[in-house]
Write a new protein. Structure first.
Ligand code: NDP
Length: 396
């Protein structure tokens, strides 16, 4: 719930799931600059106890939750003289997400781990600021129908989806003909597969325009991130796959575009700074003043657009195939992708091997056309096992 203060300003209690990550820390920066508007009510981390403790001491949340039980004592002991209660694990997180004081849940954890807490927050009637795209990739139908049932808003944080959401403001009754998701093309734009065969972890972690967590940086380089965003867009905006197109825009200034049935196109522009879509989702439907750097047209006299290279970067077609196939197929690509990215980061497999293993998992995991939540959990589990087997089995 928002609390109306005497000055008419609403103070929103925000639960930040994944507060120690790239999105989470930027969300806390927005809170730091707007203490009269937002309060960090829950902060969570996987294993980064020291940063979680530091954040708790600064923001004084009601609760913190650490996912790794081995870190629980460290966090409890550091916060024993504070007002913050400390919990651990998904079950405890899901139960405190029901607290009536919470106005908005920002899902900023990475990966499949976001699914269960997001579903719990929706069931508790909380509006969601969704950064954790994996939730919609894995179980878009389940999540969006549950949100509809509970009257919950899903506010996109991903910059492309936030752009589309902003373009759609005031257009509620006007059908969309098509959306264009922009992609920077990543650090290997214009390169061929021979080049991709040689690249290292360090090369792939150098994104030209955005500073992000490691997983999303790697999947931006492999274009799987754009593929996941295509699936995310389908569910957020209720589109057919044929209504979604990807266009490479190396400057990352036009964050995405909507074409309406009269052929008119609306775009949202701005400097590449995730604080902007984070703040938009947190303050929605209001726009809040800030001192973020402003876009200067003279710094970008040429904004360019080009076709995505689907031959070199196979992941885009893989994602479209999964989207068209439906069922548990997007869940398979998500789970396989999480494994291959982790293994690439550990330098256990090459860059090109990532797509090969994902495709192999897609052909081997049993297809389920109408999965239940349990089916998604099982698909995720067995796909991870299979993908790990392919990682160690170099023959395939
Ligand atoms: P980071 O890797 O920087 O942060 C991930 C956060 O999730 C950390 O707080 C981490 O805790 C926590 N976490 C990781 N694993 C688990 C787990 N198993 N259980 C609970 N918490 C976990 O990721 P990003 O901030 O880059 O990305 C977060 C999400 O936002 C992703 O879904 C990403 O695709 C999406 N996104 C990110 C963008 C960006 O600019 N970074 C842009 C658009 C979308 P700990 O620190 O303890 O490991």
């Amino acid at each position: 719930m928002g609390i109306n203060l005497d000055n008419g300003v609403e103070l929103r209690n925000i639960a930040i799931l994944g507060s120690t990550g790239s999105i989470g820390t930027q969300a806390l920066e927005v809170i730091r600059q707007n203490p009269e508007r937002f309060k960090a009510f829950i902060l969570t981390a996987n294993g980064n106890a020291s940063l979680l403790i530091k954040q708790a001491l600064e923001f004084n949340p009601k609760y913190v939750v650490i996912a790794q039980e081995s870190k629980l004592e460290e966090v409890r002991s550091a916060l024993k003289n504070s007002n913050t209660e400390v919990f651990f694990g998904t079950d405890e997180l899901c139960s405190i997400l029901e607290r009536p004081e919470i106005a908005l849940v920002l899902t900023a954890m990475v990966g499949f781990a976001g699914l269960i807490p997001t579903l719990a927050a929706i069931k508790a009637g909380k509006n969601i600021a969704l950064a954790n795209k994996e939730t919609l990739v894995v179980a878009g139908e389940l999540v969006t129908s549950l949100a509809k049932h509970h009257g919950v808003k899903i506010l996109p944080v991903d910059s492309e989806h936030s752009a589309i959401f902003q373009c759609l403001a005031g257009e509620e009754h006007n059908p969309i003909e098509k959306i264009y998701l922009t992609a920077s093309g990543g650090p290997f734009r214009g390169k061929d597969r021979k080049f991709l065969a040689t690249i290292s972890r360090k090369d792939a972690l150098k994104h030209p325009n955005w500073v992000m967590g490691e997983k999303i940086t790697i999947v931006s380089a492999s274009l799987m991130n754009k593929g996941l965003e295509v699936i995310e867009a389908k569910w957020l905006f209720d589109l057919n796959p044929s209504q979604i197109d990807v266009i490479v825009h190396p400057q990352s200034i036009v964050h995405s575009l909507v074409q309406f049935t009269d052929g008119s196109i609306k775009a949202q522009l701005g400097l590449p700074d995730m604080k902007l879509p984070i703040q938009y989702a947190m303050a929605y439907p209001k726009r809040m003043a800030n001192d973020f750097p402003r876009f200067n047209f003279m710094d970008f006299p040429n904004l360019s657009f080009e076709e995505a290279d689907k031959k070199t970067f196979r992941n885009l077609d893989i994602a479209f195939f999964a989207l068209n196939t439906g069922g548990n197929m997007p869940c398979v690509i998500n789970a396989a992708n999480e494994i291959v990215v982790a293994e690439f980061l550990k330098e256990q497999i090459t860059f090109l091997r990532m797509s090969e293993i994902i495709e192999k998992c897609m052909s081997e995991i049993e297809f389920i056309s109408k999965p239940s939540l349990e089916d998604y959990i099982e698909t995720d589990r067995i796909t991870r096992i299979l993908a790990n087997q392919f990682v160690t089995n170099s023959k395939f």
